[in-house]
Design a protein around this ligand. Sequence first.
Ligand code: ATP
Length: 925
Amino acid sequence: MRKIGNLEIEQIAKLAQNDVYQQLGTSSNGLDRAEVQKRQEKYGKNILAKEKKTPLLITFLQNFTSLMAVLLWVAGGISFIAGLTELGIAIWSVNLINGLFSFWQEYQASKATAALNEMLAESSSVLREGKQQDVPAEQLVPGDIVNLAEGADIPADIRLLSSNGLRVDQSTLTGEVDPINKNADPFTGQTDTVSELKNFIFSGTSIIKGNATGVVVKIGMKTSFGQIASLTQNVQSELSPLQKELNVLTKQISLLAISIGALFFLAAVFLVHYPLIKSFIFALGMIVAFIPEGLLPTVTLSLAGAVSRMAQKNALVKKLSSVESLGSASVICSDKTGTLTQNQMTVLHLWTPLRSYHVTGQGYAPHGSIYDGPHQRSVKNDPELAELLAGGLLADNAKIEEPNDKHSGYACIGDPTEGCLEVAAQKGGFNSAAERKQHPRQKEFPFDSDRKMMTVVIEKGQERAFDSYTKGAPDNVLAKCSTYFSAGKSLPLTDSKKAEINAANDGYAKQGLRVLAVAGKILPKDTKASNLEEDQVESELTFLGLTAMYDPPRPEVKKAAAECRKAKIKVIMVTGDNGLTAETIAKRIGIVDRKKNVKVITGAELNKMNDNALKDALRGEIVFARMAPEQKYRVVDNLQQMKQIVAVTGDGVNDAPALKKADIGVAMGKTGTDVAKEAADMVLTDDNFASIVAAIKEGRGVYSNIRKFLLYILNSNLPEAIPSALFLLSGGKIPLALTVMEILFIDLGTDMAPALGLGRQATEKEVMNQPPRSTKEHLINKTVLLKAFTWYGALAALLSTVGFFLNNAFNGHYYPALPTAGWDYRQATTLALGAVIFCQMATVLNCRFDTETLFTKQNFFSNSLVYTGIILEGLLLLALCYVPFLQEIFGTARLLLSDWVFLFCLPLPLILLDELRKYLVRKNS
Ligand code: ATP
């Protein structure tokens, strides 16, 4: 194959199909493996050049140049100049460790999102060596034959070989928003712009309607899109509201810290008459200790961690901010088929105007028979059954595969609603392959969720009674029928016959079955299929019968629905299926309350309702049926007006507006179109409703963990500040129980490691027993402040002050004659420091669970990172007490045995006290 330029694109557009193959060195069977490999080596990957990433070194340095970091560099520098080398080293160490820590966390977070990008990569259905297979779109090469369905993103520049009702959105390329009709006819004439070529579809654009087969001509940066765009659609990395809030919060706390520092400075100068430089250093310690340096990266990592955990639970989140929206979701609008149910169809009943049948056998294995009461029926002796089953089979794009090395049983490749019709046809006596071969398809009017039907025009031959077969939702198909088929004849469809058909339909729907109607049409002789329009074929139809199929609910869904109920998350089924079917399934899986009056609103009824009536209905138990995807948008919009945070599922092209409008658009990974996946915030790899609930739980969990983390960070501020306040307020009579260096040590040594563990705390069961969080609620609320300062912080401050006086007493010093320097003073401050650290150990355990008790095997042992942090804290304290070099730097001293006894007595009562608080909270709620 030669290199192809723009001029040659026009020439390829002019070629007939066989010449296209020849020009591109391929065939109707596609390329063989060796050729694919050769071309991959020659042309490279089918990818667009990625956005230039910030070099790692720059990202690394950015962590040391933020406003806070600069402040600390300057503060450390001043300490050096003032001759306080140890303090300078300590402040710079705080800065350095924070920077490294932040960089590490950001790096981990970006690794998690990069992994996600790979999971979201698109795949293409390609024909190679005569076999249809799915390959990652980046592996396509020129000459590949690809199949593209409605909603697909076009992965390369492709010359069409065949198409059915194809309409393409080329707006990314041309700015033109109206979809363009495309077809495979060779191009005649001339054009300046390749995008005008009707038989070419281009990378970066998408199929809005219809389907097509084509041959890849250009890939990657050589495509028209590649030439204008240099960015790929990536996981977006903008800051989430939570991250923004934290950014502001960090600044506010820093400002507060600086104000407190200034106040302490003035007090030191005027109340204690400290020299200026000493006062400055004193205030500096306070400021450094109060600034929550590592907060933002820790939160980013927590969110990224949640994203990774969600991915393991089959929910791929595209933006960190979606994690938060998920946490506050109050309504889920869910499709039925495939999301709440398994999308594993088995035809259980058939109905023709002459009789009704039941079908035996399960799954996609063609083992089973069709009975009319006790009599087995076959297509050979039942013309009505034969036409019904033939219609279903010939208007079916799925394929049933026998057991092979990929699947142990029979499997349906394609839409199960269609596949099960082939199985039923085989049970009725058809050889599906032979029947399809005998009546090749001439034209297809593909299924779409608005028409709710699809039609095929076939070669009728001698055996079949009709030239075209239509299958779809019974109400829609019946509306297009004027006759029905009985005893080999088409008879007028009277109102009473219609009522009979509707009654049969309702009977099946009430059992929760999905019902499809099949109809046929005899077209005028010598009709050219390619000239036929949809309206011509889908009118004046002859009704053939009904097929009723069973689609079992997903086993996990019942539990997930119950969880939603407890968590005050409303689940609304929004389905294209029949109202009775939808209601039965909704009741069966428990997303509506059986005892309450359930309102079923159909798409047609919704159109007649005004917004107020809709809002009223949305407040009760409700199911939407026979909805067109576009109508979902209105439901989402109204729910949002009611201040609800809405998650909505979707898979088709027409679902995209609702997916975009929703707070969390959820696309189906297996059955969803590329267009839906792009519009969504989250993609479910297993299409399962239960995965949405798992993601919500994770979203709630991460928020509560961040709160725990904040609570822990904040609470140590009080014991750090109280000794200085006592010192200042007593005019220096009460010596400083914690020195500046010791405060910095707490900030560095004890705030970080255990706090990191809190960010990884497993989600508490309790989070799903509470109503959704209001989006207006701030991370730091009254409860957090009260708990941090008047509970955990106050207790630690009290105990550390007690420790200070106690050690003095052990050494025979009593107020007001307390030492302010020397070994005894150092020992007393060391005990005060030890007391803060031991209280922190208890506090981190107390913070792990909001209301649950720590004392279950599961809860106690579930977070090894927290325990590692605690051990690290203990080791650091030991080092400070016993390593002479560190004693010198931090002004610490060896502790007495009685000091250690005091320290070891601290955690347990603190934990028990908090257990009592949790118990009371649990009891009262
Ligand atoms: P949900 O919206 O919950 O996924 P659904 O699959 O029923 O449910 P649609 O895909 O919009 O929603 O289908 C609407 C209706 O169209 C179905 O209830 C069915 O009657 C009919 N239908 C679905 N698939 C096909 C098909 N492949 N061919 C013909 N008719 C179909």
